[in-house]
Design a protein around this ligand. Structure first.
Ligand SMILES: *Cc1c(COP(=O)(O)O)cnc(C)c1O
Length: 395
């Protein structure tokens, strides 16, 4: 009889977004007149920009003509999209080779798939709170997980210390859910730790496009990172590709462990298990990197960042501690009156009709915190913050 991967029994059911949805549904059934404003789920709302649609449309037309039809493409992506990504990295001082860039159908898949390269014996360090994918994918493989406390004391930016014994280290900067972003000195500490201990950093740069200050957008801006880090990025939050699906993963040629090249292993893995991202979608991705595309996506990002500013202005006015909102679409705030995150969720829904995400859904250190996203419309963000202010002032 077949035997199964029993690690799946150890994955906690994720009730976070379904619990939120059912609480919201129950509330709106009882209060049909209340206009609910959703600032919970981390999905974008602005449509794809014109430049993406224009390139993608060209791709669609090419697919309908015998001379320009494309069948299977290179598993690791077409040169026409890897070139502009290479140029993009060059803008922030990072030199990459084309075959260090692998085009993917998004960061989530690659963050999970990369674990094919590592044995189940490795110990994994994951910040708490964090994007739940890191935890669940490692539980599926039965790896031992240790957590790095991310909390108010360290500004939600944990740093390495010698007591940590970890082989794989996840870093997400700017972070989901906290919006906190590491500076160069802090990231250098992680890079040095990894190089000294033979660990590998899995760096999630999904929100790099939201960085405007002098913070590293790529871990490869830090000296020594090419011998210890793999970087994952995505057009999902950068250019609204959450439903279109394209990302990229960088595996440096110099990254080695046990005398094996991780770049070669990843190439072998991808050519074996993946047949590449749709030609049409890669054409659309090209539209992100043209001069017009760059301008258009930055308009969308500025729109979200202005929403984030409306949220953080409200927190400043109320004197509420928060992280994020400046180089991130997320504002991570401390629940007023030391409330537990689900308690504040219920109160905010019932008294203000505003939906956010309880911090405890991202890890135990989120117990008294709450995530609001800037991915809403301007009108809704303004109205939500007016209601928030009224509620919190009355407590
Ligand atoms: C949204 C998000 C991603 C992007 O995932 P895709 O699969 O590319 O849509 C990756 N990491 C984090 C932390 C995210 O929040």
């Amino acid at each position: 009889m077949v035997s199964l991967n029993k690690n799946y029994k150890n994955i906690k059911e994720s009730y976070l977004f379904s619990d939120i949805a059912s609480k919201v549904a129950a509330f709106s059934e009882k209060n049909p007149d209340v206009k609910i404003i959703r600032m919970g789920i981390g999905d974008v709302t602005r449509p794809l920009c014109k430049s993406v649609i224009s390139e993608m449309t060209k791709g669609v037309k090419e697919m309908g003509e015998p001379e320009t039809f494309h069948g299977y493409g290179p598993e690791q992506g077409y040169g026409f999209i890897k070139e502009p990504i290479k140029e993009y990295y060059k803008e922030h001082g990072v030199e990459l080779l084309l075959d260090e860039i692998f085009i993917s159908d998004g960061a989530k898949s690659d963050l999970g798939n990369i674990l094919d390269l590592f044995s189940g014996d490795n110990t994994v360090l994951i910040p708490d709170p964090v994007y739940p994918v890191y935890v669940d994918t490692n539980i599926m493989d039965g790896r031992k997980i240790i957590f790095a406390d991310s909390n108010e004391e360290n500004g939600f930016l944990p740093l390495p210390d010698d007591s940590i014994k970890a082989d794989l280290i996840y870093i997400c900067s700017p972070n989901n859910p906290t919006g906190a972003v590491y500076n160069r000195e802090q990231l250098k500490k992680w890079v040095d730790y990894a190089n000294n201990n033979g660990s590998i950093i899995l760096f999630d740069a999904a929100y790099e496009a939201f960085i405007s200050g002098d913070y590293p957008k790529s871990i490869y801006e830090i000296e020594g990172a090419k011998t210890c880090a793999i970087e994952f990025c995505s057009l999902s939050k950068t250019a609204g590709f959450t439903g279109t699906r394209m990302g990229y993963t960088v595996v440096p040629k110099n990254l080695k462990a046990e005398d094996m090249s991780l770049n070669k292993m990843w190439l072998r893995r991808q050519t074996t298990k993946f047949n590449g991202v749709s030609y049409i979608v890669q054409k659309g991705g090209l539209g992100v990197f043209t001069p017009e595309g760059r301008k258009q996506i930055s308009e969308n990002i500025d729109y979200y960042k202005e929403n984030a500013k409306i949220i953080t202005d409200c927190m400043d006015e109320l004197g509420i501690f928060y992280t994020g909102g400046k180089n991130s679409p997320y504002v991570w705030l401390k629940c007023p009156e030391n409330m537990e995150s689900w308690e504040f969720f219920d109160l905010l829904l019932k008294k203000a009709g505003v939906v956010g995400t309880p911090g405890s859904g991202f890890g135990s250190n989120g117990k008294n915190f709450f995530r609001l996203t800037a991915f809403s419309t301007r009108e809704n963000t303004v109205e939500a913050m007016e209601r928030f202010k009224k509620l919190v002032s009355s407590l």
